[in-house]
Design a protein around this ligand. Structure first.
Ligand code: ZN
Length: 259
């Protein structure tokens, strides 16, 4: 848990934030000192500050807040990853998040290191996708000695919202999309009235963005059998499964860009 450096909050409904107080308190009890960043609606800071004040709680680490806006923006990044905040349509201000890897270093095929007598400096250049010009006129391109380029992986987290088909190229062909499906089509009107989606609508969104895999979640407690969600979505989009709390899902690199 102490490796978590940033937490993303989509909106301020209780089922999305009530666990945060406990989580932050646990970080503190475990003696965390490292800074934590929280990305979310601006009122989140107000709510946390008030809660900690009236419960006389002092955290052992500093929190930095980044406020989500009503427009899409790249909102956070580190050395490996950048995150885009995307407003969706819910009863209160709510943002989805696109997590996108930064371009990966090229992988050098080992046998070429000796064949070309590559020096350490040359290896570093090639990994950064830069060609080498040697003094004797020899030219070595990254494509000569590296494995095919790998596409950065993308994960799109989208909840709670009416089904949206936004024109945003960054959302096309993501490796994995989590989309809420609070209801089945039997309650499509209720889904609309409460600004939520059905499993069928989530599948239509997946189809629109040509995502590689869809995970459904945020099921209404009125449904005891979740297999119906998968079945409803699968009639439109076959690469679908229902989210299981605590389960880890891998973002496999699914294709290589051919040179
Ligand atoms: Zn909500």
């Amino acid at each position: 848990m102490q490796r978590i450096e940033v937490i993303f909050i989509s909106h301020l409904h209780g089922d999305h934030i009530y666990g945060l107080i406990g989580l932050l308190s646990t970080f503190s009890l475990l003696g965390r000192t490292a800074d934590l960043t929280i990305v979310g609606p601006s009122e989140l800071k107000e709510w946390l500050d008030l809660t900690f004040k009236i419960s006389d709680t002092f955290l052992s680490f500093p929190i930095h807040y980044i406020h989500t806006q009503k427009t899409s923006e790249w909102i956070w990044e580190n050395d490996f990853l950048k995150v885009k905040s995307i407003p969706v349509r819910h009863r209160v201000a709510c943002n989805a998040f696109l997590f996108q890897e930064k371009p990966l270093e090229r992988k050098i095929i080992k046998s070429y290191i000796s064949t070309h007598r590559l020096t350490l400096d040359e290896l570093l250049m090639l990994k950064k996708d830069r060609a080498i010009e040697r003094k004797d006129g020899q030219h070595i391109s990254p494509d000569d000695v590296c494995s095919p380029r790998q596409l950065p992986r993308k994960y799109f987290f989208c909840t709670d919202t009416l089904p949206l088909q936004l024109n945003d190229d960054d959302l096309m062909a993501v490796d994995l999309m989590y989309h809420e499906s609070t209801f089945l089509e039997d309650h499509v009107k209720r889904a609309k009235d409460t600004y939520h989606s059905t499993a069928k609508q989530a599948a239509e969104v997946a189809l629109f963005y040509q995502v590689k895999r869809l995970i459904l979640g945020h099921f209404s407690a009125r449904y005891s059998d979740l297999t119906a969600f998968e079945a409803e979505a699968a009639s439109i989009f076959s690469q679908v499964e229902c989210a299981e709390e605590g389960k880890k899902y891998s973002l496999t690199i699914t294709e290589s860009r051919l040179q």
